[in-house]
Design a protein around this ligand. Structure first.
Ligand SMILES: *Cc1c(COP(=O)(O)O)cnc(C)c1O
Length: 407
């Protein structure tokens, strides 16, 4: 596993030149905020100067603004194994989780429990808890241990909210088997694909998934706060009542009718006026991702994870790191995580030396592997930096122990 040979054989290597990559930085945080595609700034500049600056309101029709959520959604659909007309790009993932939960409850009447696993991404769990409070506990939010989630489905379970790739450990759930098992017990499934799209193959149609949501600013490189997306299987679209019944999800928004009537199809999951600049940046990232072969993306991601793990093994012995991700690369998404009691200052010391990963409470160092722009040489150099920081004790300084607002 010589990094130079791996880089020479890397079929995705040309994509690296399509990104702005800061000098002197090895960026292993693309699972949290993806890098800037070179095409994004010119696209946004033109949109701002011409479509907004000159053509103003006419651009809703002429520049394709009004269709942007569906157009970008259709492009994302292919990356997550959905069909055209099953995905729209809109809102934040948190808001889309709420919309999907409400839609699933309305599509599975007579049941009122929403179920997820402890330690799921917090916003998903908080949205469940907020819905429970909003409904005066008519809906109950239930959390169980990850391994027991299927066994916990009972006659009252309307929907199970699960993440394909766990944000902290990178553990991958089998979407096909899990969806089938949940549906066999009468529950619907919402998949959170925030750490999947653009990183590992996801096949919503193949898994017969009911609903899904995901992020635009991680592996899709859509920019900070990019819109997320929501998927509803076609069979649910006309029965699921949108809880956030905004005018953009109305059948005829420009009739300005007093009565809400949901649009047919996926459009009913839109709420308000779409964020056009954010959608334009997202579309650039999605277009770039669609040029890549997902099988190549996955195999490079696995190879990067294996190189990382192999080089970290002696550091686990010497400095007490514990692999916090599954050891089997087939069960791991496009990240690798290690637990260490001093994880926070170690991550800060690494960032000071140009290796950007992140810390996830309580004790995890997380390294994102982004096949489009990370090289094998960088993976090897990143682990060498971890070794140096540990061997020199360079993490043990007061300035690395001060917690910032965003970790
Ligand atoms: C990143 C992430 C989110 C983020 O939600 P936002 O509303 O965009 O802040 C939600 N769910 C999961 C699983 C994530 O990894």
């Amino acid at each position: 596993m010589d990094p130079a040979l791996l880089d020479a054989a890397d079929l995705l290597r040309p994509f690296r030149d399509r990104f702005v990559l800061p000098q002197g930085t090895i960026y292993l945080d693309g699972n949290s905020l993806g890098c800037l595609p070179k095409a994004t700034a010119p696209k946004i500049t033109e949109l701002v100067n011409v479509d907004w600056g000159q053509n103003l309101i006419g651009s809703w029709n002429v520049a394709g603004w009004v269709d942007a959520p569906q157009r970008v959604g259709d492009k994302i659909a292919r990356l997550v194994g959905a069909e055209e007309g099953e995905v729209v790009a809109c809102d934040s993932t948190s808001v889309n989780v709420f919309k999907a939960l409400c839609a699933a409850l309305s599509a599975n009447p007579g049941r009122s429990t929403i179920l997820s696993e402890r330690g799921n991404f917090p916003t998903d769990v908080y949205m469940m808890q907020g819905l429970e409070a909003l409904t005066g506990r008519r809906v109950s939010a239930r959390l169980v241990d990850g391994e027991t989630v299927l066994d916990a489905i009972d006659d009252d379970t309307a929907v199970v909210l699960l993440t394909q790739v766990h944000y902290r450990t990178g553990r991958v759930r089998d979407m096909v088997a899990t969806t089938a098992a949940a549906q066999a017990r009468g529950a619907l499934v919402i998949w959170d694909l925030s750490h999947s799209a653009g990183a590992i193959p996801a096949d919503l149609s193949g898994a017969n998934a009911d609903f899904a949501v995901g992020c635009g600013y991680k592996f899709l490189n859509g920019g900070p706060g990019a819109p997320g997306y929501i998927f509803a299987a076609r069979r649910h679209q006309d029965t699921a009542m949108p809880a956030l019944s905004g005018w953009f999800g109305h059948a005829r928004p420009f009739d300005f009718d007093d009565a809400y009537r949901p649009a047919p199809g996926i459009a009913r999951f839109l709420v308000g006026t779409p964020p056009i600049i954010g959608l334009a940046a997202l579309e650039v990232g999605v277009d770039l991702m669609r040029e890549a072969d997902m099988a190549q993306v996955r195999s490079k991601s696995v190879a990067m994870g294996e190189l990382f793990a192999r080089r970290m093994a002696p550091l686990c012995e010497r400095h007490g790191f514990m692999l916090a991700s599954p050891a089997d690369p087939a069960e791991r998404g496009s990240q690798i995580s290690y637990a260490h009691p001093e994880a926070y200052p170690i991550v800060q010391a690494l960032i000071a030396r140009g290796v950007v990963g992140d810390f996830r409470a309580p004790d995890v160092l997380r390294f994102g592997l982004t096949p489009l722009y990370t090289s094998f040489g960088e993976i090897a150099a990143a682990v060498d930096t971890i070794a140096a920081v540990m061997d020199e004790g360079a993490w043990d300084r007061p300035e690395f122990k001060v917690r910032a607002a965003v970790t």
